[in-house]
Design a protein around this ligand. Sequence first.
Ligand code: HEC
Length: 148
Amino acid sequence: MKRKILFFVLFGLLTSTQVLSQTKNHDNRYHLGLNAEEKVVFLREMRQMLVSIQQIMLGIGIGDKTMVIKAAHYSGNRMARATPQTIKDKTPVSFEKIGGPTHMMFEELAINAAEADEGDADDMKDLAELTGRLMQNCLACHEAFTVN
Ligand code: HEC
C-alpha cells in the first residue's frame, strides 16, 4: 500500500515537472527557417555586430573616436547591403522593422563619433548612450526571432 502511494506521488511529481519544463522550454519566437548555409552567413554577421559593439565601447572608454567610427561602419549600411537576398526573402516585415533601423543607428553612431570631441567627456557619454539605445534593438529582435 505504502509503495503504491509512493509510486503515485513519484509519478505525479514526474509528470508535473515534465509539464512545467515543457512550458518553460517552449519557444515562442518566430522561426525564420534559415537553411544551414544561410545560418552560417547570418550568424557571422551577428558576431560581427557584437565585435562592433565591443570596439565601440572600448573606443568610447579610451577616447579613440577613429576606433568607434571604424567599428560602427562594419555593421552599418555595408552589412545591410551584404545580407544575401535568400535571407532577406525569409525575413518578415516585423524583422526588417528592427533590422533596418539597427544598421542605420550604427551609421548615426559613426557620424556622431566623427563630430565628437574625443577629449570631451560629455561627447563620449552621448556616444555611450546612443550605443545603449542601439542595443535595445539587439534585445528586441533576439526576443522575437530565431534562425531555426
Ligand atoms: C533584426 C533582428 C536582429 C537584430 C537587430 C540583432 N540580432 Fe543578433 N540575432 C538575431 C537572430 C534571429 C539570432 C539567432 C538566434 C537564435 O536562433 O536563437 C541572432 C544571434 C546573435 C548572436 C549569436 C551568434 C552565433 O554565432 O550564434 C549574436 C552574438 C548576436 N545575435 C549579436 C547581436 C548584436 C550585438 C546585436 C545588436 C547590435 C544584434 N545581434 C542585433 C537577430 C537579430
